[in-house]
Structure formats: C-alpha cells, structure tokens
Design a protein around this ligand. Structure first.
Ligand SMILES: Nc1ncnc2c1ncn2[C@@H]1O[C@H](COP(=O)(O)OP(=O)(O)O)[C@@H](O)[C@H]1O
Ligand SMILES: [Mg+2]
Length: 257
C-alpha cells in the first residue's frame, strides 16, 4: 500500500519574465509508514514537490495520489514542519501546539491538551509549556513546531529542511529527538534536507534529485535497524551510502542545499 503515488509529475511556474520548469517528470511512490528523505541541489524543486504532494500547490502535469485519492486541495491528514517554525508569538507554547485542534475542531479541547502536553514531554520541552516562542532557542522552537504538526495524529509528516537553521550540535540532537518521537508511530514521513548525513540517519530510503527541473537521479534503501545512535554515522556501510549520494553532487558540480 502506498501512502503517496506520483506519476510523471511536472511543475512549471508561469512567471512574467519567463516560465520556470521547476520539476519533473518525476515518478515516486512512498509506501505507508516509510520515512523517505529527499536530497537535491538548491532550487531543484524539493519544496515544490512537497507542496504538490500536500496539495498546497498544483502540478502542471502527471498524477498525484495520496491515500488512494487524487490530490486537488490541501490534504487534511498531514502535519508539516518548515524551516521557519511559524510559531505565533502571541501564544504560549502549549497554545501554539493546540492550534491545529482549534482549527479542525475534530478533537475536543481536553484530549488535545493532554496530547499536546505528552508530545512536549516526549520532545523534552514540557517545562516551557507556559513560555512564549521568543523566549526559546531555535532548537526548542522547532521541537514545538514538531509537536504542533503531530498533535492531531496525522498519518503523514512532511518536513522541509526543518533543521537547516540550527547549529550542528543542536541539529544532531534534533535528529535523535525526531527519531524518538516517530518511533513506533507508523507515520509516513517525507523529509527534505540538504544534509546527506541527516538524510541517511533518519530515513528508510533516500531519493536523490537532479538539478532543476528535478527528477529522480538515485533511489537508495537505508537498511539500518532502529533505534539508531549517532555513532552509526561512522559505520562503514553508512559511510558508503553517504558517499554514493555525495558522488551525484560532485559529478554534477553542485553543492547540496
Ligand atoms: N512561486 C514561484 N514562482 C516562480 N518560480 C518559483 C516559485 N517557487 C519556486 N520557484 C522556482 O522553482 C524552482 C524550484 O524551487 P524550490 O522548489 O523552492 O526548490 P528547492 O526547495 O529544491 O530549493 C526554483 O528555480 C525557484 O526559483
Ligand atoms: Mg526548498
């Protein structure tokens, strides 16, 4: 069963100064419960791809199916985390996390609050529940954004370069925390990242995209059991997979980003 099935998806932006062929043709299927990481050069269409799957933007060609339905509007059953956390500065942490429940009104307030509290605990930020976003570090804020994305128990989680603005150590820590919060949840996850290490560490599979217009250059299974420790990154098999990805970018003469 595939949570996401893309067939020959294309995207052209019709801009005043000339059209931009941003994506495709790109075909890709994500099995239910899989964590798929997508890496590719800056501007190759990664964010476009995520927005198209989420129904936030239209493809200009091909077919986009999520949970066996054609996507033609924002899909409901997904939590999304962007590089910018988009927390609301006038709401405290727990009220930020509660936002999706207030919007969709399917979950009653008390249940949502208990779940928000539990998520903040699992993410190690429960003590900040009554604080405001501007009192938190970047890593803490991203944890709150992850809690908010997961509040309504979405079957899918999309992350678009969620840790790119964080320093290297915080980023490592976030990788471990994200893995912990995902564990055993069976959530289908699409992770866009420009870190090869992060892609391999967190995923079951890495798709490497070409430069714009982005297509699938390589598709690599990541076989390591979970939970994974950061020291896995020194494992020869891990190093081999990371190298296989890096070679694509070296060959193209581009940096990942
Ligand atoms: N709304 C838009 N209008 C016109 N061009 C766009 C728009 N959004 C993105 N693009 C262009 O499409 C290409 C892919 O963008 P994007 O998906 O953001 O790439 P990535 O996330 O891989 O860096 C880029 O060349 C970008 O400038
Ligand atoms: Mg992007």
């Amino acid at each position: 069963m595939h949570a996401v099935a893309l067939s020959k998806v294309e995207k052209t932006y019709f801009a005043g100064q000339g059209d931009v062929h941003a994506l495709g043709p790109l075909s890709l299927a994500i099995p239910t419960g899989q964590t798929l990481a997508v890496v590719g050069p800056s501007g190759c269409g990664k964010s476009t791809l995520l927005r198209i799957i989420a129904g936030l933007d239209d493809a200009t060609g091909g077919s986009v199916r999520v949970a066996d339905r054609d996507v033609n509007a924002p899909i409901p059953d997904v939590g999304i985390v962007f590089q910018r956390d988009l927390l609301l500065d006038w709401r405290n942490v727990i009220d930020n996390v509660m936002l999706p429940a207030e919007l969709n009104k399917r979950t009653d307030r008390q249940t949502a609050r208990a779940r928000a509290q539990a998520l903040l605990e699992r993410l190690g930020v429960a003590e900040f529940a009554d604080r405001y976003p501007w009192e938190l570090s970047g890593g803490m804020r991203q944890r709150v954004a992850i809690a908010r994305a997961m509040l309504c128990r979405p079957s899918m989680l999309f992350l678009d370069e969620p840790f790119s603005a964080l320093d290297a150590l915080t980023r490592d820590q976030m990788n471990v925390i994200l893995q912990g919060v995902q564990a055993g949840q069976g959530v289908t996850t699409l992770l866009i990242t420009h870190s090869i290490q992060e892609a391999v560490f967190l995923s079951d599979r890495v798709v490497v995209m070409s430069a714009r217009p982005g297509t699938v250059l390589d598709d690599i299974e990541v076989p390591f059991p979970r939970p994974r420790r950061l020291s896995l990154r020194e494992d020869p098999e891990f190093v081999d997979i990371a190298r296989r990805i890096r070679v694509h970018f070296e060959r193209a003469g581009v940096l990942v980003g």
